[in-house]
Design a protein around this ligand. Structure first.
Ligand code: C2E
Ligand code: CA
Ligand code: CA
Length: 772
């Protein structure tokens, strides 16, 4: 489920990338980007503005010339005159952008003669529709009169949909034939075939050498200016019409369009646009670099985007300044813009999400963040919430700013102890999850935390004392995070109600809840000294002396009732609290032995050790260090370990046993007979004593039991082990056991478990009687 979610998040970015690519490609494909492309190309033309070559010269039929001859149209003898002048001046070629397809009232012959004599005249050919609405089949081709023996060049110009002329056909198809255009013919350039190019609109039309028709005919122009030049003759007077809107230069006469096209060819500046391949490749590249990603820093993105933008705008200018290539970059700009916008949208969304998960006052992650964390890692054992007591009051005293500071300090101290992320889930509540059991939490952890808050918390308005109340939830980990948070919060409330420092929810199950309360109570009882140790004497049958006793733990409840060990020891084992109990009993025994020593009662003692203790690495050294400075010799201490614990002899157990033995403790197998240990197995264990379980002793009258007890005593002696019989309740049993050679007996018949002082008295009394 989680993997799927992550995958879909990843997928989202891929989709965004593909989307950006598709949109830019589609816009380009459908020519919707043409206006942008055109704007970019005029921008480039502006930037790269350059002069005309000077080789192409325009002879204008300007208003000055019309004025000069006082009539229009002119007889063609005037054109004949012009051709003669230009030919005399050795112009290289003379292209007319004037219609000569119909006969005129005068001078046709003179013109035909001039053309023939010159041999370098080009006349226009073009088609036009027969009527205003006709289709192309009705087009009429206008060609020069047959009597004019000139070259021909097509002069059709095709404005774009917006009426602006941007490109120029190198040739036009007329009546099934390819007819080179006027500019191509005049520029004498046949490289272009019937392709279309963009005249270089960077060439300033004003820089084309331009002379008035009349001036040339009148001979007022120095003929050397015309020598070898390519001449265009055409109307520039407004009254003649024939004007076109072009990029950058506004509306200009058709003859200038022709001249600019020819000049572009002459300068090698007939420009071609990059095609689909370049456009697609560029888009793909941009998408690869800029497609939205999960973690991109805004700063880096901005720099990258600016660099890319500069490149997309600059490189086409540079390229076009060097080569006649127009790089179509509009779709790339769109792709870049889309990618950057999508990435920003991602950032904004992330930011919004981040804010939704952050507490604005403390900057700590909030309750929503905790919910997410809990559902992401459902392994959290205990959810703990700590509420600051009297928070309202603190806030009123300190003010908002200082109380926020104090809160941050509180959170910091908590996370110093817990080493986890903490969350602010309510104005006064910091919560976090713990990977420990409830006992460890209520014991160690809460103590550590209390300790950490002994010193007041600082703020800009001075220090303030902080007290925490804890609520925790150790219920089912799979429960909804919201539920778990609610339970921890309501545990805080119930802790407050009952005046406790902490309270918790352990699950729906009542016994679980009881157990949990029990463990925290036990901890408290140990701290308050309500847990004590009583001693049951052991009689050495050989001497009839009481020289040893078994320590048994007792827990007095708050209301004075005794909780039997059988009830809380297994629970302490389950919750991991047992080792604290064992150590507690161990220390008490050391104290009592020392106290007995002082009153002249020399005794040994047995202490019960749990299987769980032995499972902890380092348990032996724990006991070793508790032993301290040698007040009590470990040889006086017997550690009772149940047979069942020994059977599950994991390596740690064996290691602990070896280590305890090495420390000098005596080891005893408790409840012997209830497990299934075999003789050979027992032989390998480093034990000193065998303690026959009371169930056999109490059934000693039965044949099976008596056989077992007797044989066990013999067998143990064979292994050089001492034998203890527990649960001896009558004199007959005692005498049987003595007869069979049992070393020690223990039971109600000898003495019930009793407080240390009572035991000391008993021993003194008994020794007096013995001596008497
Ligand atoms: P255990 O080690 O087998 O202790 C002997 C139990 O038998 C004691 O019960 C004792 O009071 C009882 N007993 C003694 N003589 C007689 C008798 O003549 N007749 C009968 N019917 N019972 C007798 P207690 O004190 O309730 O302890 C129960 C168990 O709790 C112990 O069994 C031991 O396993 C555990 N325990 C007691 N103290 C500690 C301790 O400090 N640490 C650990 N780990 N376990 C302890
Ligand atoms: Ca025992
Ligand atoms: Ca026992």
């Amino acid at each position: 489920m989680d993997a799927l979610r992550k995958l879909s998040v990843r997928y989202r970015y891929v989709i965004a990338g593909i989307l950006a690519g598709t949109v830019s490609l589609t816009l380009w494909w459908t020519s919707l980007l043409a206006p942008v492309e055109d704007a970019l190309s005029s921008m480039r033309a502006d930037l790269l503005s350059r002069p005309a070559s000077g080789e192409v010269v325009v002879v204008e039929i300007d208003s000055r010339s019309i004025h000069r001859y006082g009539e229009w149209p002119w007889p063609r003898s005037r054109h004949a005159e012009l051709v003669e002048r230009l030919t005399e001046a050795e112009a290289s070629i003379i292209g007319f952008d004037i219609d000569f397809s119909a006969r005129s009232h005068a001078g046709d012959e003179a013109f035909a003669e001039a053309i023939a004599k010159s041999g370098r005249v080009v006349l226009p050919i073009f088609y036009q529709r027969a009527s205003g609405r006709g289709d192309e089949r009705e087009a009429i081709v206008n060609r020069p009169l047959p009597m004019f023996d000139a070259w021909v060049g097509a002069v059709n110009i095709y404005p774009d949909a917006d009426g602006i002329v941007r490109d120029y056909p190198a040739a036009t198809h007329l009546e099934g034939q390819i007819q080179p255009s006027l500019a191509t013919v005049v520029a004498e350039n046949s490289e272009w075939g019937d392709r279309i190019f963009h005249p270089d609109w960077a060439i300033d039309p004003q820089s084309l050498p331009q002379y008035s028709f009349a001036q040339i005919v009148d001979g007022t122009i120095d003929p050397s200016l015309l020598k070898g030049k390519r001449i265009f003759v055409g109307g520039t007077a407004i009254e003649l019409g024939d004007r076109y809107a072009v990029p950058r230069h506004g509306v200009i006469p058709g003859v200038l369009v022709q001249a600019l096209a020819a000049d572009s060819l002459v300068q090698g500046r007939a420009i071609v646009s990059t095609g689909a391949a370049a456009t697609i490749a560029g888009i793909v590249l941009i998408i690869l670099v800029f497609a939205p990603r999960r973690r991109t820093r805004t700063g880096i993105l901005a720099v990258k985007a600016l660099v890319a933008l500069a490149m997309l705008l600059g490189v086409p200018v540079l390229v076009q300044s060097q080569w006649p290539i127009a790089i179509q970059s509009a779709s790339w700009l769109v792709a870049l813009t889309l990618c950057v916008s999508l990435q920003l949208a991602v950032h904004i969304r992330d930011e919004i999400e981040h804010r939704a998960r952050t507490d604005p006052y403390s900057g700590l992650p909030n309750r929503k963040a905790l919910e997410e964390t809990l559902s992401d890692e459902p392994d959290c054992q205990v959810l703990v919430a700590a509420s600051i007591e009297r928070f309202e009051k603190i806030r009123n005293n300190l003010g908002l700013k200082a109380s926020s500071e104090a809160l941050i300090e509180v959170a910091q101290r908590i996370s110093d102890v817990t080493e986890t992320q903490v969350f602010r889930i309510a104005p006064d509540v910091i919560a976090w999850s713990e990977d420990m059991d409830v006992f460890a939490l209520t014991g160690r952890r809460l103590q550590e935390l209390q300790h950490r808050f002994r010193e007041p918390v600082g703020s800009c308005n001075g220090p303030t004392d902080i007290q925490l109340v804890f609520g925790f939830d150790s219920g089912r980990r799979t429960d909804a995070p919201v539920l778990r948070i609610e339970r921890a919060l309501s545990a805080i409330a119930s802790a407050r109600e009952s005046g406790q420092q902490a309270s918790g929810y352990a699950g729906e199950n009542r016994s679980a809840r009881r157990q949990m309360t029990m463990m925290s109570d036990l901890r408290l009882a140990m701290a308050e000294g309500r847990v004590s140790v009583v001693y049951q004497p052991k009689l050495l049958t050989r001497t009839k002396r009481l020289d040893s006793a078994e320590a048994l733990i007792r827990w007095r409840n708050r209301d004075g009732k005794m909780v039997p060990p059988d009830e809380f020891i297994p629970l302490a084992e389950q919750t991991g609290a047992i080792t604290e109990v064992t150590l507690y009993a161990f220390r008490r025994v050391l104290d009592d032995l020392a106290e007995w020593d002082r009153s002249g009662v020399e005794m040994s003692a047995s202490i019960n050790i749990s299987a769980v203790d032995l499972g902890h690495e380092g348990f032996a050294s724990l006991l070793g260090s508790a032993l301290g400075n040698g007040r009590i010799s470990p040889a006086r201490l017997t550690l009772e370990i149940t047979e069942s614990a020994l059977i599950r002899s994991a390596t740690t157990v064996t290691e602990n046993l070896e280590a305890l033995r090495a420390l000098g403790f005596r080891l005893s197998i408790d409840d012997y007979g209830t497990g299934q240990s075999t003789l050979s197995y027992l032989q390998q264990l480093p034990v000193d004593e065998l303690k026959i379980d009371k169930s056999f002793i109490q059934a000693i009258e039965e044949k099976s039991s008596s056989v077992l007890v007797k044989s066990t005593i013999d067998m143990a002696h064979g292994l050089e082990l001492e034998v203890v019989a527990e649960g001896v309740e009558d004199a007959r049993t005692l005498s049987l056991l003595s007869r069979w050679g049992c070393d020690y007996v223990q039971g109600h018949h000898i003495g019930k478990p009793m407080p240390p002082e009572a035991l000391a008295r008993l021993v003194v009394d008994q020794r007096k009687t013995n001596a008497a």
